[in-house]
Write a protein that binds this ligand. Structure first.
Ligand code: SF4
Length: 441
C-alpha cells in the first residue's frame, strides 16, 4: 500500500482542506502516515500569510526528502497559487497545484505518480468559482467545517483574494447534512470556518446571494443535533445585531466571537481599505457584552502598517485597553508582493513595528488574565478532548477558556459541568461539579 504524509501551514481552512484531501487519497488506496515518517508521497499545503513562505516551503520539502529521497513531493495551497514557478524550481518538487485543481490531487497523483513528470497546475485565480466542501478529520472532538471560501473584499495588505479567489459558499442544505453527519460520527463541536465567513451565501459562479450568514446560523441552530457550534471569525461590519441576538439566545452557538479589528485608528483603517470605522467595532463589542457578559471576544490587530504614526498606534492601544475584549492576535505588518499597501508612503521601521507588537502582546496577556479572573469560580460546561498529555486532559469552556483536569478516560470527548478554578500561566484548571450542582447549571 502506498503511503502519504501531509504538512499543513496557516489557517484552519487549510487544515479543513487537508482533512478532505487526506480522505480522498485514502479512498484511492493510500495509507496516511505522520510527516516525520517515511512516506511514498508528501503533500505540503502552504500558506501565503506566513512570513518567508518560500524559505519555509523549501525547508519542509527538504525534511520530506531527508526521510525518503525518492519520495514524490506535491505542493499545494495559497503559496502554490501565488508562486507556482518559484516552487517548481525547488529541488525535489514533483507537482505544484494551485487553487483551481487542488481537489483533483488524488486523480492527478495517480497519474503523475506513474509518469513522475514535474507538473505545474495553477490557473488564473479569477476563473476559480466552484466551492469544494471540506472539513478536518471527523473522528475528532472538535471539527472545522468549511462553509465559505475566497473573499471579495480588497484590504490593501492582503494576498488572500489572489490566492483563494472570489467569495463562494456551500449550499444551506449541504451544510446541514454535513454538520449532522459530523455529529453522527461522534464530534461534539463544529467550528464554522471560511475566509470571510460573515459574507456566507454568495454563489461563486453567478456572484449572486442565495442566503446570508444569519440564515445559515438559524438553520444550524434549529436543525443540527450537536451540542456546540462555534463561529471562527467574523468581520465587524458583517456582525449584525440579529446575529448577536441569535447567539445570545442559542443553546448551541457558543458565546465566543473572534472579530478582526486591525487598527483602532480610522485613518489607518481607511488606508487598509477596511469597511468600518472604530465606532462600528466598539458598538459590536458593547452589544455583545450587554447581551452576553461572559462572552469571550478575540481581536486581530496589525502593527506598523504604512502610515501608522505613534499617535495612530496610541489610538489603537487605548481603544483596545478600554474595550471589554478577552485576547488579541497581534501581527507585525510585512510587505507582500502585489498588494496596494507595498506602494503606500510612511513605511514604519521594522524595529518600531516589532516594538508595537510587543506592547500589544503584553496588553493581550493582561486582557486574557483579566477575562479568566472574571470567570474564576463560575460554572461552565467543558468539552474535554481525547488526548492524554502529561497525565492531564484538556478542553475548552463554551466561552473559550482553556482548562485542564487530571486525566480520566471517561472525560474524553464529553461535555462536563465544571467550575473554573485557579489560573496557571493562562491555563485554568477545572473541578468537576457534583451531579446535583451540574443539574442546577
Ligand atoms: S476581509 Fe480583507 S483581510 Fe480578510 S481575507 Fe478578505 S481581503 Fe483579506
Amino acid at each position: 500500500m502506498k503511503t502519504v504524509a501531509f504538512h499543513t501551514l496557516g489557517c484552519k481552512l487549510n487544515f479543513a482542506d487537508t482533512g478532505t484531501l487526506s480522505s480522498e487519497l485514502e479512498g484511492f488506496g493510500f495509507s496516511r502516515v505522520a510527516f516525520n515518517e517515511k512516506a511514498d508521497v508528501y503533500v505540503i499545503n502552504t500558506c501565503s500569510v506566513t512570513e518567508n513562505a518560500d524559505k519555509e516551503c523549501k525547508s519542509i520539502v527538504n525534511r520530506a526528502l531527508a526521510k525518503n529521497a525518492n519520495a514524490y513531493v506535491a505542493v499545494t495551497g495559497c503559496f502554490a497559487q501565488l508562486q507556482p514557478n518559484k516552487i517548481a524550481g525547488f529541488e525535489g518538487v514533483d507537482l505544484v497545484i494551485g487553487a483551481g485543481d487542488k481537489f483533483k490531487l488524488a486523480n492527478i497523483l495517480n497519474d503523475s505518480f506513474i509518469t513522475r513528470k514535474k507538473k505545474v497546475m495553477a490557473c488564473e485565480i479569477d476563473s476559480v468559482s466552484d466551492f469544494v466542501a471540506t472539513s478536518t478529520e471527523e473522528d475528532k472532538t472538535r471539527v472545522y467545517l468549511k462553509v465559505q471560501d475566497g473573499c471579495n473584499y480588497n484590504c490593501s495588505f492582503c494576498t488572500i483574494p489572489l490566492a483563494r479567489g472570489k467569495s463562494r459558499s456551500d449550499s444551506l442544505d449541504n451544510i446541514i447534512q454535513r454538520a449532522n453527519d459530523i455529529a453522527t460520527k461522534g464530534a461534539n463541536e463544529i467550528i464554522l470556518t471560511g475566509i470571510n465567513l460573515g459574507d456566507y451565501g454568495l454563489d461563486g459562479r453567478t456572484g449572486e446571494r442565495f442566503a446570508t450568514f444569519y440564515d445559515l446560523l438559524q438553520r444550524l441552530d434549529n436543525e443540527v443535533d450537536i451540542p456546540r457550534i462555534r463561529i471562527s471569525s467574523i468581520e465587524p461590519n458583517l456582525l449584525s445585531d440579529e446575529i448577536i441576538e441569535l447567539v445570545a439566545s442559542s443553546n448551541k452557538i457558543v458565546p465566543h466571537f473572534h472579530i478582526p479589528l486591525q487598527s483602532g485608528s480610522d485613518e489607518v483603517l481607511r488606508a487598509m481599505q477596511r469597511r468600518y470605522k472604530r465606532e462600528v467595532y466598539s458598538s459590536r463589542v458593547n452589544k455583545i457584552k450587554a447581551l452576553m457578559p461572559n462572552c469571550c471576544i478575540g481581536v486581530d490587530v496589525i502593527t506598523g502598517f504604512p502610515g501608522e504614526t505613534d499617535a495612530d498606534f496610541n489610538l489603537t492601544y487605548e481603544f483596545l485597553k478600554n474595550l471589554p475584549i478577552s485576547y488579541l492576535h497581534v501581527f507585525t505588518y510585512s510587505e507582500r508582493e502585489n498588494t496596494k499597501a507595498v506602494n503606500l508612503p510612511g513605511v514604519v521601521e521594522l524595529s518600531k513595528r516589532k516594538e508595537r507588537n510587543k506592547i500589544l502582546r503584553e496588553l493581550s496577556e493582561e486582557k486574557q488574565k483579566h477575562f479568566y479572573q472574571t470567570q474564576q469560580g463560575k460554572q461552565h460546561r467543558v468539552l474535554f478532548e481525547k488526548n492524554n498529555r502529561n497525565d492531564f486532559v484538556y478542553g475548552y469552556t463554551d466561552n473559550y477558556i482553556r482548562v485542564k483536569h487530571k486525566y480520566d478516560e471517561s472525560l474524553c470527548n464529553s461535555l462536563v459541568d465544571c467550575t473554573v478554578d485557579s489560573l496557571d500561566n493562562l491555563m485554568a484548571s477545572a473541578s468537576l461539579l457534583k451531579p446535583a450542582l451540574a443539574e442546577q447549571f
